[in-house]
Design a protein around this ligand. Structure first.
Ligand SMILES: [Zn+2]
Length: 569
């Protein structure tokens, strides 16, 4: 039996979710992939064979960039999207060789982190950040951050089984805690941050609300020092904020309609920014106090006029999409060597193509991570369902092509599941990420039995709906896309509301469907007018089909359709 070195490091999920801004989230995720690339590079330089990795690494753009810093890869995604997980497995001849590769991986990762945090230190002290006074805190925090762990075994799940990764705790951190992670000591009080925040310019740090630890400060600073820290410029600070994502559907819609040209031009002149690329914060009054004085003055005169002319305002919500291949490890373990190599190639190909599906030029959709069969993306509400469906379709194409050659080998496990959360732009990112992952793990995978999509929505501080189905249950996703992909709703909002109540209160009633058709027939608005019951039943037939689970109507679908209309743009 062949032995493998299993190498892993962390913390991962908590490190990524310790983010106040979407840019922090992006940086955390990207940094993890970058460090993983250096760990792999370390093992390769110690003699590990590129072809012996359990998951294919050849052709990964980020790894290529790390291995050949002088020759940036053609695929520009290396500088914008994280694409390597925090673990790898590689064939080794002996325990001794495994130890050597693991040490080299550990050194590669450690050195890359040292360089990255040092670039931040130099940038900040170069702008007179009084870091020398707290150097002992900085060193303690950055040095104790990463835990690595490894094992040599012939069992592909060795690491998970042996639970070698201890749960990361910033134990013994004294004093007041960082406002972002809430776990490590803050570097200083407001007197420390206020002058620093001024020197670093608008948008870097909010000294009224934020006091960071060294790790969270490094995360915040990294995008500014991409060249020194990573060796290339990174996306970082231009990552859309949650208000950018929230305002995006509305900005696109208003731009599409030529009749508002005058109002848009007036707005652009007043704030000295083109309407279509203006930051989302301009359109939500709650951000007014964070904006520069001239912009605020411009907005006070121009925004009411614009909103009046357009007749609508942006909704303060956006979407988070997380996806994960079902049972990928088991699937790969079942295949022979040749099959595993080929499937692993397909998986890499899939992860590289995800970016096109997410960022297809329409709006501010952004892919944060796509590695193996994992996907994390932040999306404007009106694009979210479409993107989830497209990514799933690409996944299916990729795996079906494989299955045609290796008939039966994959069984029913060659599927992917998704959690899609619609949430308020002010919901803490950590909460939003946790909820999106819960939808994926508990609702799509456990509840709906994998190969499924779970959709959740929050309004204010709480959940308003949650629904999970197999992707192809009565073609519900495609039907939802048809229903909501148009400007005009095919159902009156009042009908959807009434229907939801009726289904909830009278579940199991024999003639419920006729009652619903009757309710539709009674809609008074002209555009929904129907002549008779038959026509009304026809109009609501799609809705009935996707609402049914085991013959019973589910009120959550009516709530979802209503939500997608109301929050669509
Ligand atoms: Zn922190």
């Amino acid at each position: 039996m062949k032995q493998r070195l299993h190498f892993t490091f962390g913390p991962v999920q908590e490190f990524v979710s310790e983010a106040r801004k979407t840019a922090d989230l992006w940086t955390g995720s990207y940094l993890l992939s970058y460090l993983a690339a250096h760990a792999i590079n370390g093992a390769l330089e110690a003699g590990a064979n590129e072809d012996d990795f359990f998951l294919k690494i050849t052709g990964n753009p980020l790894l290529e960039a790390v291995r050949k810093p002088d020759k940036p890869p053609e695929n520009a995604a290396f500088a914008t999207v994280g694409s390597l997980p925090n673990r790898f497995s590689v064939l080794v001849a002996s325990e001794e060789e495994g130890r050597r590769f693991a040490d080299a991986a550990n050194d590669g990762l450690g050195m890359a982190w040292l360089m990255a945090q040092d670039a931040c230190w130099r940038y900040l002290t170069g702008r007179h950040a009084p870091l020398e006074d707290v150097a002992h805190v900085w060193d303690r925090q950055v040095e104790s951050l990463w835990e690595t762990s490894w094992a040599v075994s012939d069992d592909p799940r060795a690491l998970a089984r042996r639970k070698l990764m201890r749960v990361f705790e910033a134990s013994g951190e004294p004093g007041r805690k960082c406002t972002v992670c809430g776990r490590r000591e803050e570097l200083g009080n407001r007197g420390f941050w206020q002058p620093l925040s001024k020197r670093l310019g608008a948008g870097f740090l909010d000294a009224m609300k934020e006091r960071l630890c060294a790790v969270c400060l490094v995360k915040r600073t990294l995008p500014r020092v991409g060249e020194e820290a990573f060796g290339w410029k990174v996306l970082g600070e231009t990552f859309p904020s949650t208000p950018d994502l929230a305002a995006d559907p509305w900005q696109r819609k208003v731009t599409r309609k030529n009749q508002h040209e005058e109002a848009r031009d007036g707005f652009s002149a007043a704030v000295e920014e083109r309407f279509e690329s203006a930051p989302g914060t301009y359109f939500f009054p709650s951000y007014r106090e964070d904006l520069p004085e001239p912009v605020v003055r411009g907005l006070e005169s121009a925004l009411p006029k614009l909103l009046g002319a357009v007749g609508s305002a942006p909704r303060p919500a956006y979407a988070i999409l997380v996806m994960d291949g079902d049972k990928m490890g088991e699937r790969l373990s079942r295949l022979d060597e040749e099959g595993r190599v080929e499937l692993s190639e397909r998986i890499l190909d899939f992860s590289l193509r995800v970016r096109d599906a997410v960022e297809n030029g329409k709006g501010r959709s952004r892919l944060v991570y796509a590695g193996g069969e994992d996907v994390l993306a932040l999306l404007p509400k009106d694009r979210a369902l479409d993107v989830a469906w497209m990514v799933r379709e690409r996944y299916k194409e990729t795996l079906e092509a494989f299955d045609r050659r290796h008939r039966g080998k994959l069984g029913d496990d060659s599927t992917i599941s998704a959690g899609l959360l619609y949430c308020p732009m002010t919901l803490p990112l950590r909460t939003a990420l946790r909820e999106a992952h819960r939808l994926l793990d508990e609702d799509a995978k456990e509840g709906a039995g994998r190969d499924a999509l779970a959709i959740g929505a929050w309004k204010g501080g709480g959940e308003v709906l949650r629904v999970a189905r197999k992707w192809e249950h009565e073609d519900w996703v495609e039907k939802l896309l048809e229903m909501t992909g148009v400007d005009e709703t095919p159902y009156p909002s009042r009908f959807l509301y009434q229907a939801q109540q009726m289904v909830r209160d009278q579940a199991g009633l024999e003639n419920l469907e006729q009652l619903l058709a009757l309710e539709y027939l009674g809609s008074r608005e002209e555009k929904f007018e129907t002549q008779n019951m038959e026509e009304a039943e026809e109009r609501i037939s799609s809705l009935m089909e996707i609402s049914k689970v085991d013959g019973q109507l589910d009120p959550a679908i009516f709530r979802l359709v209503r939500f997608l209309y109301e929050e669509g743009a």
